[in-house]
Design a protein around this ligand. Sequence first.
Ligand code: FDA
Length: 507
Amino acid sequence: TSVPSLASSDGHGFLQCLREKIPNELVYTQSSSNFIDVLVSSIKNPKFFINATVRPPLCIVTPRDASHVQAAVVCGRRQGVRLRVRSGGHDYEGLSYRSVWPSEVFAVVDLGANLRAVRVDRLKSTAWVDSGATIGELYYAIAKNDSRVAFPAGECPTVGVGGHFSGGGIGMMTRKHGLAVDKIVDATLVNADGDLLDGAGMGEDLFWAIRGGGGGSFGIVLSWKVQLLRVPPTVTVVNIGRTVDQGAVDILTRWQHVAPSLPSDLTIRVIVKQGQQALFQALYLGSCGALVATMDEQFPELGMTSADCQPMTWLQSAATPFLSFASNGTLEEVLLDRTAWTSAFTKAKSDYVRRAIPRAVWKDIFSRWFPMDGSGQIILEPHGGFMDSVSAAATPYPHRNGVLYVVQYIAYWDQQGDCGAAAKSWIDTLYDFMGQNVSKNPRRAYVNFRDLDIGQNDDDGTFESGKVWGERYFVGNYRRLASVKAAVDPTNYFRNEQSIPPLIETM
Ligand code: FDA
């Protein structure tokens, strides 16, 4: 597979081409007075808006409809300019608005500015959601007038639908209903030829690939049709912290066995953090009384009582501070504020666990890793339930039957001080240490917790060279993704540092 030389453009022809096809006010060039404001508007990892680390795009296109997206693709291909597509801007490595290749001339297509409608069909229990909407906007639109309607996606309301759905979408209802991609029934996409396709027009393989194969590889997904779900009008939320002195090591060791096999109405995730603490956060799709009975029987070690129950609607649970990291505010403020939760500088990595990690290892983690300078958090999200019933090849997300939980390591720092040296050392050494305790051969990772350390395409990324990271994210599905890529974008127009390379089979 050879990548066509798209690096030589100076961009003038591209801007001219755009001017002929897209209203001027939707294109921000580097000389526009608000160019930087638009560029940083949805950057969630501030380390990528320090001037030295981000080479700005040629321009930012903020399409209002499909024809503007099609025009950007057609002009880009004709004039030798790559496109980075941004929906919510949460990519941990900033791939939606930056390129690590110094010679790459690229523009950003920012769907979050103007393409974020949610159209709900209550009779059919479906909704069309534009990629530029956030999951908070989706949740609000579907459930504001009906507390029995919900959708299973992530926990932070500012996350963009476009990137999130492209990579899977894990949340507090994954054990009951699966990932966001498990409930997508149609989509619209602009492909590398600039054609606008729906799910039927895409064909089975491409429709399969965009539901979990990672963003930025197959085209620009404009909108998604999702199946809405029924939940009880009142759900129960629980938030219990336990320190090491209160038995956190034993409770966590036990949690690994219990959480993936609980009734699927109950999800308990854990945040391990500074202060020798494990925070157990639960969402139960039912009443407090039934939850207490289940916990007494199956997880008495946590010591939960009815005093821990917080009854609320599902929509409130999606906006509740402990689940969303959001600050206090009204439902609307928390779910609809796209600028909320500007994070510290972060670096994330992930693992999957199929065999419970021994108690001694957890003891070590608490005693050795959390007193360290630069220590961050480890977030554990249980699988099991619905996830066990889906085959690894049903969608590109392969981490299904038998997975106990997904691990996310996050390091945080601010601009002052040591520029993150301690935090980066903490996450790197912890990740090395964990290698022997997690799924391996290959060691697994979640594409939505993007991590360029596990490997990246070079300028001429091939199927073989991409295996090093591709098989960690997609295991056996990597090959099918690369075959789909070869069929729909053989010249590799849509590419980034971890996009799927085309697998061109030679006879
Ligand atoms: P962004 O716009 O940065 O895009 C991410 C990638 O997808 C880029 O490669 C981009 O080019 C591509 N892309 C974006 N839109 C596209 C489109 N329309 N068509 C094709 N490609 C597109 N995950 C999870 O599963 N559960 C969770 O609870 C959370 N919570 C969470 C909280 C916070 C604060 C962060 C920073 C991240 C998460 N995530 C998460 C991870 C999140 O799912 C992941 O970062 C998504 O890719 C973010 O999607 P955005 O649209 O916001 O990102």
